[in-house]
Design a protein around this ligand. Structure first.
Ligand SMILES: Nc1ncnc2c1ncn2[C@@H]1O[C@H](COP(=O)(O)OP(=O)(O)O)[C@@H](O)[C@H]1O
Ligand SMILES: [Mg+2]
Length: 240
């Protein structure tokens, strides 16, 4: 990926540069569907594993650190959450924790995440049953993602742990490449177009459906009453 840095859009170049500099806390924000989660799971050194935590209102600390879960034989077994799994990584070095949709986490989980994402020197967690102490292994890194635009809307204690905050305003070029050539320009233009925004996922599905049912029908199903204007924009794009 390094040799590609020159051709990457600025936002993705900045992410790559942060990773190349050894920065191990990065917050990616901006419109959905640009590849933030994908990048969190795959970019940089993720050889010790990448563990995803999708934040929702109903999640609990069980998802972050762990807890007892029913096994198939009816007994309860301790299962580690994504945070501790990422701290431990492959056993030798720490892995990557991807905290998706951080703005959706409730207060309880937020507090636990604060300690999981604390600096290596201070971060520790003790297993409530065994008392075993855990610390992040060297190499542990974390990427948080959110669609929230204003970082002031996130808890300051949390954002303070992520000095590098990058607004992703363009789909990752590798994601665009999954689209047929004629759709790449418009998908790039509309991914961050405010009210007119159309996500990369919509274009991917359109691309797939039009092969079977044709452009007209596929566009009506995917783009609704905006179908005509989007098809027009595609024609202009094709001429340009
Ligand atoms: N670098 C990439 N290479 C290939 N596909 C990608 C890449 N980045 C994203 N995608 C695809 O694009 C879609 C949106 O990516 P995702 O990471 O979920 O976006 P976000 O987290 O910004 O909402 C997914 O289908 C994902 O598999
Ligand atoms: Mg995402």
């Amino acid at each position: 990926m390094n040799e590609e840095t020159v051709t990457l859009p600025t936002c993705w170049k900045h992410f790559q540069q942060a990773l190349d500099s050894g920065v191990n806390r990065v917050l990616l924000y901006g419109p959905p569907g640009t590849g933030k989660t994908y990048a969190g799971l795959r970019m940089g050194n993720v050889s010790a594993g990448a563990f995803r935590l999708i934040c929702t209102e109903d999640m609990t600390n069980l998802d972050v650190t762990g807890g007892f879960l029913p096994a198939s034989d009816g007994s309860f077994q301790w299962m580690y959450g994504a945070g501790i799994k990422a701290w431990n990584g492959d056993g030798m070095t720490g892995g990557r924790l991807v905290v998706d949709e951080i703005d959706k986490a409730g207060g309880d989980v937020e507090a636990t995440l604060l300690s999981i994402l604390d600096s290596e020197e201070s971060a520790e967690w003790s297993h409530p049953e065994t008392g075993q102490m855990f610390r992040p292994k060297p190499g542990f890194s974390a990427v948080m993602t959110t669609n929230i635009e204003d970082m002031e809307d996130l808890p300051p204690a949390l954002t303070d742990r992520f000095p590098v905050k990058i607004r992703i305003n363009e789909p990752h070029p590798d994601a665009l490449e999954r689209l047929s050539y004629d759709l790449r320009g418009i998908a790039k233009n509309l991914c961050d177009a405010g009210e007119r925004r159309v996500s990369l996922r919509a274009f991917m599905t359109f691309d797939q459906m039009r092969k079977t049912i044709g452009t007209e029908d596929a566009s009506k199903i995917i783009f609704g009453d905006r179908a005509e204007s989007i098809l027009d924009a595609m024609k202009i794009e094709a001429v340009a």
